[in-house]
Design a protein around this ligand. Sequence first.
Ligand code: HEM
Length: 292
Amino acid sequence: MKSIVNLFTSSIGRKFLMALTGLVLVGFVAGHLVGNLQIFSHPDKINGYAHFLQSLGPALWGVRAFLLLCVAVHAWAGLTLLIESRAARGPEKYGVHKWLQAAFASRYMRLTGLVVLAFIVYHILHFTVGVAQPATFKTQLAVNYGEYTMHEGFHLLGFPIVAAGQHVHDVYSMVFLGFMNPWVSAFYIVAVGLLTLHLLHGIDSLFQTLGWRNHRWSCCLQKLVALFCLAYFLGNLAIPGAIVTGLVKPAPGTTAAQICAAAGPGCCPASHARAPSACPAGHTHAPHADPK
Ligand code: HEM
């Protein structure tokens, strides 16, 4: 019991908590990216996967609560450690900023952490709650155009999860239509860039805190972390990047394809069903396509 209290009250305990919760969150963002990259595959994949997650019911809420707790503990530990280190330094400002040895990423951990926190709030409002772009939220798409019909079904580790012919929410179209808005895409790319900077220093330092780094592979570890972060950034960049530039077109049979076909070139489906003024300059407003 005493050691649990120490975890929360001592600086080293809070550093350890930061490392542990950081590890969980790194696992989540990596797994989430693998799921999101299914956008480049058949729409059955991401729609079936999202349907599977929703069908978990209370288990999904358990995972959500656990992740939220990890974010809260991670942010709280970071904030209290910052306050303590400032108090220990006293009111005297250093004559010279000794930043020379500190890597760019480590200097901006707090700033990038705060931006990531704000991004998570926006992202949940966008794709989970549906208030950021309500017209293209999955439930609104279902009301206006009907649900997505699974073609081949969805299998996980060889087990059939969602059968062919089943109607599910069109998460594929929600993501596609969302990222067709250049402002939304730009925001995601900047936020994920800052998240990558946060991970670059965070993963390296969590290995140190957890005692998983030794002299023999310390330099190799840094390279591996940099490679992981580069892959993570490129993977995340690819999704809004390919959609907003039109490199990837929505797959036939999805609501996104239906809306784009009806709107023609230069459409602005992201602000569909809202005032035309919501369209970024140079984009025309997508007309209503016939519901399925
Ligand atoms: C291009 C990048 C991303 C895409 C396309 C994407 C897509 C999605 C989608 C579609 C959902 C809702 C799933 C559903 O409808 O059931 C979602 C939820 C979520 N995403 Fe992302 N995401 C991206 C990046 C991120 C990043 C970088 C983070 C973390 C920092 C993140 C954290 C979350 C969280 C916490 C949820 C809520 C999960 C829930 O509802 O239970 N996402 N994302």
